[in-house]
Design a protein around this ligand. Sequence first.
Ligand code: PLP
Length: 424
Amino acid sequence: MTALALLGGSPLRTRPFRMWPQFDQAEFDALADVLNSRRWGGIHSGSEGESFETELAAYLQVPHAAVVSSGTAGLMIALRALGIRPGDEVVVPAMTYVATATAVSLLGGLPVFADIDSATHTINSSAVKAAISEKTKAIIAVHLGGQPADMDGLGAVADTYGIPIIEDCAQSLGAAWNGCQTGSLGTIGVFSFASTKNITAGEGGAVVTHDDELAARIASLRDHGRPPGGASDHPQLGWNLRLSEFQSAILRVQLARLKDHLAAKDKGAAYLASELSSVPGLRPVPVPTDLDPRVTAHGRFSFAFTFDSEAFGGEETGCTSVSVFRAALRAEGIPVSSRDLVACPDEPIYAEATSRDYSTSRTASATQARAACARLVLLGQAAGSGLLFEESAELADVVHAVEKIHENRCHLSREQRQPGRIHV
Ligand SMILES: *Cc1c(COP(=O)(O)O)cnc(C)c1O
């Protein structure tokens, strides 16, 4: 039995996997065209921004799309467009990228954390219902990792209370629920084009809606409060959260490639899901047999699985933590995210709010979110890697690395009890 790379053995894989982001000559040409045009920014007719908005809206089957500088900017614009005021409550998942919640806080609103579903890791509609108060003004559904949230359940809750749903689609471009693209299902959909997302220009975002009035407000809020169409007066308070033409030009190229990318990543994910299911203690999220028929397309931002430390604890009672497991995988040459996941209510900005005069929040429920954070392993773009594009022959190394760690689990748990031996 060969020793684990984390404990000084040789790594199972030394060849790098495919990288993320992917690009080719088309991005170079698009950038050169913008450079030569001398129109590098601004919102003008015939712009790359306008063309990208039209193409994105057509892809999502929504009438309106507005490009913005980031996903977080998009969330703030969406909240502002819906009239969220200081003190208003917005229900958000207890496990998401923290920007879902901080966008609410930055507008003076109060994020209310509602727990996730243990099978899909997306916000649980019963938990949302229980989190609603008379101050609730919106719900943010996050399609985490590319897995659509339960939009049927959430829609029923939103209808009961007459409150809008903002879809945080930062990780879900290309995902579909009942045949409809994420972003087209709620009142407003928000996308991010930051480095790891399904299409990227390094930074960027978009806000989409079916509603004409909201669309006009959104377009104005990102452009100093100017009315759409470029008039020079400023009837509402707005930010400058525009996107540059260089970014829009790259995004047009990337959007055209999305369909092929998703198909390739789906194949990689299906292979990993079936192979990793047979390793004791590992469970893909969601489990292949639990697949919801309403999820008609997955966004494949990441491939996630949970790690059960008991199954990796060896004969001795000392358990291997998920951080050590991830470090062991990385040492074997498998790109996994190194960040420890933290449930939103446990982020210092919220957990230490009273002592540090940070942002206040309310936690309605977070048990499953906390449990998931202690068990989750993320592969793919979430780890900054193009791993999911690989063929099965290459992905087999992921499975072999996991099996190697499982076989050596006794060594890992023993070493772990000697302080300083393992650097996570
Ligand atoms: C990336 C991300 C955001 C923020 O997008 P930025 O473009 O980085 O501002 C918001 N929510 C989720 C779920 C994300 O993954």
